[in-house]
Ligand binder design. Structure first.
Ligand code: ADP
Ligand code: MG
Length: 321
């Protein structure tokens, strides 16, 4: 963020793109007793300039949060600020600061991408000379398809078409709800490239996903939502560091496997395997080197070692199981 200060000249003073305070959403069911707490008093800060991943299993409340930001769902309580504007006081300005790519692929199949963007620009009252239709189509890689009917576009192209539409009014924040659901692997890469290019151009990106791979690849900040609560919100590297767990897998000679386990190794709570054992430890408390030394001092010969550190998926499963 600090390495490209020129890109965020128009960022809010506190460098926070979206701030959510004590936000709750209760969907009132038709019956009297059946209420659904989709969001439960959540707090969240999305820094300007980042690619922010909002992760969570189905039903966690991701779309509810995004739809509140988009102004299509009414919050029950709490406060939301979008690019420095309060959602209650300035709903129109909040909406102008966000481009939303919805979860559903709803595009007008009778318009070409060019026509569709021009039409959207018209809806925003953007004067012709200020429109960036060609540049936006190029940015999402649809220049060749500019004048093709949308019904001839593949799923991935349609998704990019929605990204293009969301960017017509040049919002500083782009939000994508499950951007690659149902998009095949090659097209997913293409979409990720578009998202990265937009971020390089200074756009703050928020995306929801239940694909951990997507967050791992793209996001520099990650929040995990579960049952309407924020379980954790951190930079991706802090999140990976804070997992507080590392495995060291030690292979020992077969004859030593049959010997009784020395007390010093037993104290490390080894998990036995066919080739030796695994020691699970907290890297903030000890190191692989220390553990190997303990094993060596106990008289065990070490044939091979490998280490394993949990990835985003392990952390996600730990927090949401
Ligand atoms: P996610 O996008 O993370 O899958 P949602 O925000 O769509 O989660 O849903 C969160 C919870 O709110 C779910 O339990 C869902 O069933 C419920 N929910 C979502 N939309 C509505 C609605 N319009 N009316 C009632 N309940 C809803
Ligand atoms: Mg959803």
């Amino acid at each position: 963020m600090t390495s490209h200060p020129q890109k965020f000249l128009n960022a809010p003073n506190d460098d926070v793109a979206i701030r959510v305070n004590g936000l709750s959403k209760i969907y009132k069911a038709q019956g009297l007793s059946n209420q659904k707490n989709a969001l439960n008093d959540i707090n969240l800060e999305i820094p300007a300039g980042c690619i922010f991943g909002l992760l969570g299993p189905n039903g966690a409340g991701k779309s509810t949060l995004i739809n509140i930001l988009a102004g299509t769902v009414m919050k029950s309580s709490g406060a939301v600020t979008v690019w420095g504007e309060d959602l209650d006081k300035n709903p129109r300005q909040c909406r102008a600061n966000i481009g939303i790519v919805p979860q559903e692929l709803n595009i007008d199949v009778f318009l070409t991408p060019y026509e569709s963007l021009e039409f959207t620009a018209g809806m925003y009252n953007i004067p012709r000379h200020e429109r960036k239709t060609k540049a936006i189509l190029e940015m999402v890689g649809l220049t060749e398809q500019s004048h093709a009917y949308a019904r001839t576009l593949s799923g991935g192209m349609r998704r990019r078409m929605l990204v293009a539409k969301a960017m017509v009014h040049s919002p500083p924040i782009l939000i994508l709800d499950e951007p690659t659901a149902g998009v095949d692997v090659a097209l997913r890469q293409k979409l990720w490239e578009n998202v990265r290019n937009l971020n390089d151009a200074g756009v703050t990106i928020v995306l929801t996903t239940h694909y951990l791979e997507e967050a791992e690849e793209l996001c520099d900040h990650v929040a995990i939502l579960n049952y309407g609560e924020v379980m954790i919100s951190k930079t991706k590297s802090d999140l990976l560091k804070s997992a507080g767990r590392k495995d060291i897998n030690v292979t020992i000679p077969q004859n030593q496997k049959r010997q009784p386990m020395p007390a010093a190794i037993k104290a490390l709570n080894p998990i036995l395997t066919t080739s030796g054992f695994i020691i699970r430890f907290n890297p903030e408390e000890t190191s692989s080197g220390e553990i190997l030394k303990t094993i060596g001092n106990a008289g065990f010969q070490i044939i091979d070692v490998s280490t394993y550190q949990p990835d985003l998926e392990d952390i996600f499963l730990d927090l949401t199981k």
